[in-house]
Design a protein around this ligand. Structure first.
Ligand code: FES
Ligand code: CO
Length: 355
């Protein structure tokens, strides 16, 4: 009987792992991405997530720290997310191997008196918590988490919403967040009005996130004004022009700040896109600087309704990737911010979600 190889002597085809090949974008592979809400990651629970085509699990070890691992048991490749947490260990559902918080297997129940080999180890990812979210880097993080001082330095209440699933590429979602010209149409009656569709000129410049050589050259837009018709959101119950600032910190992170005279609206909203795979994302929003009267649920519900309005447009855009070359799409002057964002992506060498 022939050993190895299919009949005919062709190459052995190794079946792929449970997941498709990871998306090859070094920039994103070595960056941080949100994968879960901190408050939902209770001790004793395993939270499966998807990131850049990889499947992972997040869980909390006894010291309260978040752990993030490949969702694959090194024994026979079954999903660790089918298992459970016992004490400070992840127990695989298939043969009961027990892994400590460092990922090392400490017990193989079929041979309980033997010390498991060092190779019996789960693949670990870097994990952190910030802004009410759990963040993961699949590779070696090239820089720190994107800094959003509005969420950390001002003592403001911070509300992180559940993610919105969107069937498109991350840069399309960021561009939509940066886009002032759609308020009058997509969000008529809430964030804009068709009779006030003109976008006044605004300034765009480079943004330095303060992380030195480990940071990234971003983009900032100041002097952005939009007509806001919803009376309950404005001072004096009148419609008014509100002033915004946008800054783009990373290819998939942007922050919108509003001037403080609007008590019923968050003063800072950050958007963080988690790419699940090549053309599906989770869009996460974190809000801070919220008036005491507005409950978290109310705020999240309103933000969710606004995002629902964007969803259909976002998923309709073709191609799903953002074209970086001129001539594929026709920009207008109001798009100066998204044009600067496209230049930023090109300079950073992003491969994911762009053409
Ligand atoms: Fe996990 Fe066997 S596959 S213990
Ligand atoms: Co919108």
């Amino acid at each position: 009987m022939a050993r190895g190889g299919p009949p005919g002597g062709g190459p052995i085809v190794v079946p792929s792992l449970t997941t498709p090949a990871p998306m090859l974008d070094p920039l994103l592979f070595h960056d941080w991405h949100p994968v879960a809400e901190s408050r939902l990651l209770a001790p004793g629970t395993i939270h499966p997530f998807r990131l850049l085509g990889e499947e992972g699990i997040a869980w909390r070890s006894a010291d309260g720290a978040v752990q993030a691992w490949d969702d694959r048991c090194p024994h026979r490749g079954s999903r660790l997310s089918l298992g459970r947490i016992v004490g400070d260990r992840v127990v695989c559902a298939y043969h009961g191997w027990q892994f400590d918080a460092g990922g090392q297997c400490r017990l193989q129940p079929a041979q309980p008196r033997e010390v498991p080999p060092r190779t019996a180890c789960a693949r670990r990812f870097h994990a952190a918590e910030a802004y009410g979210l759990v963040w993961v880097s699949l590779g070696e993080p090239a820089r720190d988490l994107p800094p959003v001082p509005e969420h950390t330095d001002r003592g403001w209440r911070v509300v992180a919403g559940p993610p919105q699933r969107v069937a498109t590429c991350g840069p399309r979602i960021v561009e939509n967040f940066l886009d002032m010209a759609h308020f009058a149409f997509v969000h008529a009656g809430i964030l804009g009005h068709p009779d006030h569709a003109e976008v006044p000129d605004y300034q765009v410049g480079p943004f330095d996130d303060g992380q030195g050589a480990r940071g990234m050259r971003g983009v900032v837009a100041t002097g952005c004004f939009a007509y806001q018709p919803e009376p309950s959101l404005t001072v004096g119950a009148d419609a008014s022009m509100v002033e915004y600032t946008y800054r783009v910190l990373r290819p998939l992170t942007a922050v919108l700040t509003k001037l403080a005279q609007e008590p019923a609206f968050p003063q800072a909203i950050s958007l963080h896109v988690q790419p699940l795979d090549a053309e599906t994302c989770h869009a996460w929003m974190v809000m801070s600087g919220i008036d005491a009267q507005t409950a978290d649920d109310e705020l999240l519900a309103r933000q969710g309704r606004i995002f629902e309005q964007d969803l259909q447009i976002l998923e309709s855009q073709r191609p799903k990737q953002v074209p970086l070359e001129a001539g594929v799409e026709v920009p207008q002057r109001a798009d100066r911010l998204s044009s600067a964002y496209r230049r930023m992506l090109k300079a950073a060498g992003l491969r994911y979600g762009v053409l």
